[in-house]
Write a protein of this length. Structure first.
Length: 94
């Protein structure tokens, strides 16, 4: 068995003590659910991947990735759930 060395970090320790690895990241053609979005945001926040890599790998727009990051840092991970978008959406601007 051969292991390919990847550039950058291979693991990140999350605040709850759990370890996030490159293998924990979703596949490029994933079906997006809240926990997979959270894994990408945490990987960026803890230096496992950078924003550009995430956008390239997952074909995300800047706006989409920024919305995920804002949801996690604001209301929290539950705001990533599609069923919760209306509850957490900022309605003050319209």
């Amino acid at each position: 068995m051969y292991l390919r060395k990847s550039a950058g970090r291979r693991t990140a320790t999350l605040p709850d003590g759990s370890i996030l690895t490159q293998a924990d990241l979703p596949a490029a053609d994933t079906r997006w659910v809240a926990r997979r979005k959270l894994a990408v945001v945490q990987a960026i926040h803890h230096g496992l991947i950078d924003r550009k890599d995430a956008m390239d790998r997952y074909q995300l727009t800047v706006e989409e990735l920024d919305a995920w990051i804002a949801a996690v840092s604001g209301p929290g991970p539950d705001a990533l759930k599609v069923t919760m978008v209306q509850k957490y959406r900022n309605t003050t601007g319209h």
